[in-house]
Design a protein around this ligand. Structure first.
Ligand code: GTP
Ligand code: MG
Length: 193
């Protein structure tokens, strides 16, 4: 996939700042540090377009990235970062919930989990929440480069079971380091725009 025109349309904190376009949107959700921004950078073949850091909890706003005037990728701040105050967590929860439950442009959510670990309680709650609102999910099990290929299937089965995964959703084994799953990810995403 060749991308020419990439812009950050807006970093929004609330509904009144969402872009006033008809472009379809695909949001990215996942634990802080799971690799959401890296996933966007890998898809777009850019080194540091979406901000990545070893510093969890960095992305604090909803970042709307315009991809060739075709779709907005919406990078959502990560959940489950322990060193965030209760007040901040509640603010975060309201912001995400408002976006996920009211945004008409939203077509699907990329939900990222770490392939190495059993999904956290927050991962399970997020998946349940998305399914409750009938949102299509593209599950991306990332950091696949960190375990041997021979263990991928077993980890996938464990994650599917743990999330009570809906078999109509896509499940993609991914790595931002060696680009495992890059084509599969594009194929899954393009169904929605
Ligand atoms: P927040 O914005 O804080 O929620 O984090 P994020 O989910 O956007 O994570 P980010 O992309 O910033 O990545 C966090 C760390 O994980 C960085 O140090 C990345 O280099 C690393 N990382 C991300 N994806 C991969 C991957 O596929 N493989 C490996 N080995 N490391 C990765
Ligand atoms: Mg990020």
């Amino acid at each position: 996939v060749n991308i020419n025109n990439l812009t950050l349309t807006i970093s929004a904190a609330s509904k009144k700042q969402y872009p006033e376009t008809a472009l379809p949107e695909i949001a990215l959700a996942g634990r802080s540090n799971v690799g959401k921004s890296s996933f966007i950078n890998t898809l777009l073949n850019r080194k540091n377009f979406a901000r990545t850091s070893a510093n969890p909890g960095k992305t604090q706003l909803l970042n709307f990235y315009n991809i060739d005037e075709k779709v907005h990728f919406v990078d959502v701040p990560g959940y489950g970062y322990a060193r965030v105050s209760k007040t901040e967590r509640e603010k975060w929860g309201k912001m995400i919930e408002e976006y996920l439950t009211t945004r008409e442009n939203l077509r699907a959510v990329v939900s990222l989990v770490d392939i190495r670990h059993e999904p956290s309680e927050d991962d399970k709650l997020m998946y349940e929440f998305l399914k409750y609102y009938h949102l299509p999910v593209i599950l991306v099990a990332t950091k696949a480069d960190k375990i041997p290929k021979g263990r991928w299937n077993k980890q996938e089965a464990m994650i599917r079971k743990s999330l009570k995964f809906d078999s109509t959703d896509d499940f993609i084994i991914f790595s931002s380091f060696d680009k495992t799953g890059l084509n599969e990810a594009w194929q899954a995403l393009e169904k929605f725009f």
